[in-house]
Design a protein around this ligand. Structure first.
Ligand SMILES: [Zn+2]
Ligand SMILES: [Zn+2]
Ligand SMILES: [Zn+2]
Ligand SMILES: [Zn+2]
Length: 357
């Protein structure tokens, strides 16, 4: 599908018919990524909207957490090798009259396992793993810190000492030769140690749902359902379900209306060397409610369904919400086209970049 130009970087007061920033590639967006504001009657890119983050929740147990939390603090952990959810089981140990517990983590997907040490005090699982991961990380950090500190010192001290000694003894050409073949002092870090350390279960990162607001009129464009486990939206105003899209399928131009309103679409070409349009005004019915696969198939333009020449001869020129645009392609190129849609309630325009093949 084509990309759509967002005029949000157009200098204030620019009254040209063709936007001054039209050919700036950073202002072109895939139509799937754009919002549509019904109040402003225009498309909105990510720069034209504000995000508002809702409460944090765990995508595994759906429990809500406050804003400071980053990880689920219940029993949700991920496998460090395949990121699947881990199963946790507690084992009781009875040794030397001391009762202790240990926890076994199990990945059902890749069979990765991890068992905690024996614990005598009751402690939340999240804290147990946090303590273990802290020691592993801290050890690694201090190891690296010492290594780089040593390396820095050795390089600088030896360089200063050598510089004094060498300058008097060698010619500059000989010095250059020495520098070229100089070997940096080697400082060993015992890397095998870190390999042996067991990988720990990963904490489950929290998620949050975000609503999207138009920067100019403050209208809500996207409002997800407040229920963490629900994937539905209370408001969802995306350009892809509002703007008719012009597509070049093979050598056929097709325009499709994805919205629930019938509309008149006008096409304005800037450059007639690439394409000749024999019709620039098209009437498209609303997209019908599709309940069965057959109904859904009828909403897809036939050039999209087949490439065979025999079928192309017998295929229809229009469906309920799409039409083949009578046009002649002169050159394969990407061109901007100004589209204007008029419905019973609104009229809006936008620039779409169409790749002519
Ligand atoms: Zn924008
Ligand atoms: Zn959780
Ligand atoms: Zn796994
Ligand atoms: Zn708006």
């Amino acid at each position: 599908m084509g990309s759509v130009f967002c005029p949000c970087y157009e200098p204030p007061g620019a009254a040209e018919k063709v936007p001054l920033t039209l050919h700036d590639p950073s202002l072109r967006h895939p139509i799937e990524e754009l919002y549509f504001c019904h109040t402003c009657r225009s498309i909105k890119c990510y720069r034209c909207v504000d995000l508002e983050h809702g409460p944090k929740f765990c995508p595994s147990c759906w429990r809500s957490f406050d804003h400071e939390a980053r990880y689920c603090q219940r029993h949700c952990f991920r496998c460090p090798s395949c990121r699947s959810r881990l199963r946790v089981k507690a084992d009781s140990n009875d040794e030397d009259t001391k009762i202790s517990k240990s926890f076994r983590f199990n990945c059902a997907n890749c069979k990765w396992t991890y068992t905690t040490g024996k614990l005598t005090k009751p402690q939340p699982l999240y804290e147990i793993i946090r303590e273990s991961s802290k020691t592993v990380l801290e050890r690694r950090f201090s190891e690296l810190k010492t290594y780089y500190e040593n390396l820095y010192e050795t390089l600088h001290i030896s360089e200063a000492r050598h510089r004094k000694r060498l300058v008097g003894r060698f010619s500059s050409l000989e010095l250059a030769h020495v520098v070229e073949h100089r070997k940096l002092p080697e400082i060993g870090v015992i890397r095998e140690q870190t390999v042996d350390q067991p990988e720990l279960p990963l904490f489950q990162e929290l998620c949050c749902k975000s609503s999207v607001r138009c920067k100019s009129c403050r209208n809500v464009l996207v409002q997800p359902s407040s229920e963490p486990s629900s994937s539905s939206f209370e408001t969802l105003s995306m350009a892809i379900s509002r703007l008719p899209v012009l597509e070049c399928i093979g050598s056929t131009l097709v325009v499709t209306n994805p919205s629930k309103e019938s509309m008149e679409v006008q096409l304005h070409l800037m450059d007639s060397e690439v394409l000749t349009l024999y019709e620039t005004r098209l009437y498209l019915s609303a997209r019908p409610e599709c309940k069965t696969p057959e109904e859904y198939a009828k909403c897809i333009p036939t050039p999209k369904l087949t490439n065979s020449r025999a079928e192309a001869l017998s295929r229809t020129e229009e469906g309920s919400n799409w039409k083949i645009v009578k046009a002649e392609i002169l050159k394969a190129q990407e061109i901007p086209i100004l589209l204007t849609a008029k419905t019973d309630t609104a009229s809006f325009s936008w620039w779409q970049f169409l790749r002519i093949s």
